[in-house]
Ligand binder design. Structure first.
Ligand code: KDG
Ligand code: MG
Length: 403
């Protein structure tokens, strides 16, 4: 039996913060797991160091399900982003080890490929609708089959999803939270115009997506979904805050625009009502924040029974370790929808050498045993942690709002 002999948590900041768990077995096999929770990184590092790692040493590294249950049930205090991200890191590292021991890429252990490659969506954004559409044309030329469109809103100094750099978007931008200003009225006027211009320029043979980022009330979301129906979106994401899943009943009564939600979900219980009442079309839970490969597979199997497809979160705060794990999952899962792909910077990619690749709008996890990704520990040590917060939002009159 290969025992878990050593485990350590590495916090590194190659342009942005990442928390990585490395597990080593008595047979000398090493696995990696992502434990990054944007803006709350050190809470997960402490949870792992202080409460999880002492319980892991000496356990059979092959018993992934049993270890998952031990960490989930055994904490007594179940769920929550910190706990579930820590469990995800352990789970991912153990699947990596299992793949390496079997000398197979992880997707083979998950049942093999269900498709040739994984369709991904890129992020086109700009300060105006014209600039966003121009960038979307660039993505289409690069071969993307699905593109998310976010544009600036006249009268608002900054808007979610609009980056300073053409390709890299990093919302965790300051040592203390940046305060942004939000106006639903101004936003609601711009989005239908953006998608009308996009269909004119891009045509109909490309999927278009949009992220509201939790900012509307159910009735406003219903109206936006309605306004966008002529442009046949692939999905409208996080139209409302999903704390109260019943909100989606109201949206659903009014629009046929497909709905996606779940990037901040950490358990099947967050998604249960939305899935079983078929209130959503895509579940965006992903490996790192939803309890690892083991729990994400459970969510996807449940979703499959209700015609809900997957659309894993893949922003840059999810490290290349999560990207690799998500791609193995995506390639194998029967009810795959799409994978978000926000490329990492060269600095990040250098710290996390990986086997996955992009070609013609799709990605493949590669054929390396396990996840096919590692962390260069020496290089990682050259990039010490830097505190960085996500922004907050206020309405124009100063009222605190959702970011
Ligand atoms: O850390 C927060 C980001 O991951 C989130 O704002 C990105 O909404 C997001 C998306 O759809 O990628
Ligand atoms: Mg989102």
């Amino acid at each position: 039996m290969a025992k878990i002999e050593r485990a350590r948590v590495l916090v590194t900041c190659p342009g942005r913060n990442f928390v990585t768990l490395v597990i080593e077995t008595s047979d000398g096999v090493r696995g990696v797991g992502d434990a990054t929770l944007n803006g709350r990184e050190l809470a997960v590092a402490a949870y792992l160091n202080d409460h999880v790692l002492p319980c892991l040493i000496g356990r059979d590294a092959q018993r992934i399900e049993d270890i998952w249950q031990f960490l989930y049930r055994g904490a007594y205090w179940r769920r929550g982003p910190v706990t579930m991200t820590a469990i995800a890191a352990v789970d991912t590292a153990l699947w990596d080890i299992k793949g390496k021991v079997a000398a197979l890429p992880l997707y083979q252990l998950l049942g093999g490929a269900s498709r040739e490659s994984v369709m991904v969506y890129g992020h086109a954004n700009g300060n105006s609708a014209e600039e966003t559409v121009e960038r979307a044309l660039d993505y289409k030329q690069q071969g993307y089959k699905a593109i998310r469109l976010q544009s600036g809103v006249p009268g608002l100094a900054s808007t979610y999803g609009v980056s300073k750099d053409r390709y890299f978007y990093e919302p965790a931008d300051a040592d203390l939270p940046t305060e942004n200003v939000w106006s639903t009225e101004k936003y609601m006027r711009v989005v239908p115009e953006l998608f009308a211009a996009a269909r004119d320029a891009l045509g109909w043979d490309v999927h278009l997506l949009h992220d509201v980022h939790h900012r509307l009330t159910p009735i406003e979301a219903a109206r936006l979904g309605n306004d966008l129906e002529p442009y046949r979106l692939f999905w409208l994401e996080d139209a409302v805050v999903a704390d109260n899943p019943e909100s989606f009943r109201l949206i659903r009564q009014h629009t046929t625009t497909p709905l996606a939600v779940g990037e901040i979900f950490n358990s099947i219980w967050d998604a249960k009502l939305l899935i079983q009442e078929q209130l959503i079309d895509y579940i965006r839970a992903t490996v790192v924040h939803a309890g690892g490969i083991t729990h994400l597979r459970r969510i996807a199997s449940f979703a499959d029974m209700f015609n809900v497809r997957t659309g894993c979160h893949g922003a840059t705060d999810l490290s290349p370790v999560t990207m690799a794990a998500a791609l193995h999952f995506d390639l194998s899962v029967p009810n795959f929808g799409v994978q978000e792909y926000m490329r990492h910077t060269e600095e990040t990619d250098a710290v996390f050498p990986h086997a996955y690749s992009f070609e013609n709008g799709a990605m493949h996890p590669g054929e390396a045993p396990g996840l096919g990704v590692d962390i260069d520990e020496k290089l990682a040590a050259k990039h010490p942690y830097r505190r960085a917060y996500l922004p907050v939002n206020r309405l124009e009159d100063g009222t605190m709002f959702n970011w």
